[in-house]
Design a protein around this ligand. Structure first.
Ligand SMILES: [Zn+2]
Ligand SMILES: [Zn+2]
Length: 495
């Protein structure tokens, strides 16, 4: 059969001839990739991939940075009803927090994620919906009082009801088990070493004798983190879509985390004060328990009560226990020698308000871990109120404190801070331990990408513009890679 190679456009116009695509027996394999978030900034991770008639979305995160939050209200640029499946790398809200909205807009396909991610997504999305509902109600009230016209309706972005319509679509996929989607695509989830259940996605597309492979890095963890396994290294891929959060920086020399924790806890208890630690509910809280349990079991700190005061962190800790088959070798060695990393005699998990209030009535020094991690809300504020004016106490920071947050004000040494509408003089000691980051630094990112032999192209996402461009320049110059840093809304055709 001699296929018609071209056809002239309408003779009524003077336009140049247009080519009609010609597909003899085997179609060319074309990959279309849409960048729908976390482009030259960090939050709102979302991609759409079209291969041979199948459309999948990779991650569906919420924009959480001030200047980009309005994008959460934009309709999905790809018709959600036309998306066949969603692949979730991990449950952080900047990767998962837009899913209920996608469902609200008509997405009905399966949401594939690793088993721990499926369990944690329920906790995270319900919490997120609750925040959206409360925010909407609060703004409605404020706008009414101020007689202002709001930019968006007073509807929440999504509700707990939308979440209950979303959760049944979640389906577990084990690590390293290829899953077929449509006729031409298969995806395999690999350990990302970022949080429990986090994955890198390896996608193989094949049609006739043509094939292409893509790797989505998700968030790349650090090597040798407690509890979870190391990030996966790959040898080959045609296209790599890679995060670049720390593309221009190495982590500060952290020192030994255990030694520093032992020192802070022992010296504070020696003075007769409490150690108050603002923490994130996912991973950071469990890492802290990992370190503190080891210190307690080795008698390197005094035997004192240790409280995890956050219903969400408690739920997540229980999900960690349930999925301990995903822990790394060191954690299993501890389990085998009777030193389980998430349990020890002094530990209390506080869910109820009563148990939370009970902590303030203890008349013995204790360690209090509570959310939120940047002190912007939650039970940590109550504990700060009770302890920040006490020179015997220590406020211990174990994570990055965003600009303008209460946490950042305290860590930067402000003499007075405002909590629940009242000024408090900071008399407690303020300490900080580095080394807890969930993200690999520049050295880790380079280690990961240099293992892949000459990909055709690398796309850098999930990093502030400076970080992404600095890493791009380095990869171009030193590794001779073809690197692109896409903008929000860009579409590329790869073949
Ligand atoms: Zn993450
Ligand atoms: Zn992320």
């Amino acid at each position: 059969m001699a296929p018609a190679l071209s056809r002239f456009a309408s003779s009524r116009t003077n336009t140049l001839p247009t080519l009609t695509p010609c597909f003899p027996t085997t179609k060319a394999l074309q990959v279309k990739l849409h960048f729908l978030g976390a482009n030259r900034q960090v939050t709102g991770s979302r991609y759409c991939l079209e291969i041979a008639g199948t459309t999948v979305m990779v991650d569906c995160g919420l924009f959480q940075e001030r200047p980009y939050e309005d994008r959460n209200w934009d309709p999905c640029p790809i018709d959600p009803a036309q998306i066949d499946a969603l692949l979730l790398t991990h449950v952080h809200i900047d990767h998962s927090g837009w899913i209920p909205r996608l469902v609200k807009e008509g997405f009905r396909g399966p949401i594939y994620a690793t088993p721990p991610s499926v369990d944690m997504a329920a906790v995270m999305l319900e919490d997120s919906a609750k925040i959206h509902e409360e925010d909407a109600a609060f703004k409605a009230k404020r706008h009414r009082r101020e007689g202002r016209q709001p930019r968006h309706s007073h509807e929440p972005l999504y509700t707990r009801e939308d979440v209950s319509r979303t959760l049944p679509n979640l389906q577990s996929v084990d690590y390293n088990a290829p899953l077929k989607i449509g006729d031409a695509m298969s995806v395999t989830f690999h350990e990302a070493g970022h949080i429990l259940g986090s994955a890198m996605l390896q996608i193989q597309a094949r049609e006739g004798d043509r094939q292409r492979s893509l790797i989505f890095s998700g968030d790349i963890g650090q090597w040798d983190k407690p509890l979870i396994r190391d990030p996966t290294l790959f040898d080959s891929a045609d296209y790599v879509i890679m995060e670049s959060t720390y593309g221009d920086r190495d982590h500060r020399e952290a020192g030994d985390v255990s030694d520093q924790l032992a020192d802070v806890i022992s010296s504070t208890v020696g003075r007769g004060g409490n150690v108050v630690i603002p923490t994130f509910a996912v991973e950071r809280a469990q890492e802290l328990i990992y370190y503190i349990s080891e210190l307690a079991n080795q008698n390197r700190i005094p035997a004192i009560p240790v409280m995890l005061d956050s219903p969400m962190a408690v739920d997540i800790t229980e999900i960690f226990q349930k999925h301990r088959n995903q822990f790394d070798e060191e954690s299993w060695e501890r389990i085998y020698r009777g030193d389980p990393p998430l349990r020890f005699p002094g530990l209390s998990l506080c869910r109820s308000v009563e148990s939370s209030k009970g902590i303030n009535k203890l008349n013995t020094p204790c360690v209090i871990m509570a959310t939120s991690g940047m002190c912007t809300g939650g039970r940590i504020k109550h504990h700060l109120k009770h302890n920040i004016g006490d020179p015997k106490a220590t406020i211990l920071f174990v994570g990055h404190q965003g600009r303008g947050t209460l946490g950042q004000q305290i860590v930067s040494g402000k003499p007075d801070v405002r909590i629940h509408g009242r000024e408090h003089r900071v008399r407690a000691a303020v300490r900080q331990i580095y080394g807890f980051s969930g993200h690999g630094d520049r050295g880790d990112l380079l280690r990961w990408i240099s293992n892949i032999e000459q990909p055709r192209r690398v796309f850098l996402t999930h990093g502030d513009e400076d970080a992404a461009l600095a890493l791009a320049e380095h990869l171009q110059r030193e590794h001779q890679l073809d690197v692109h840093v896409p903008h929000y809304g860009d579409t590329v055709v790869l073949d």
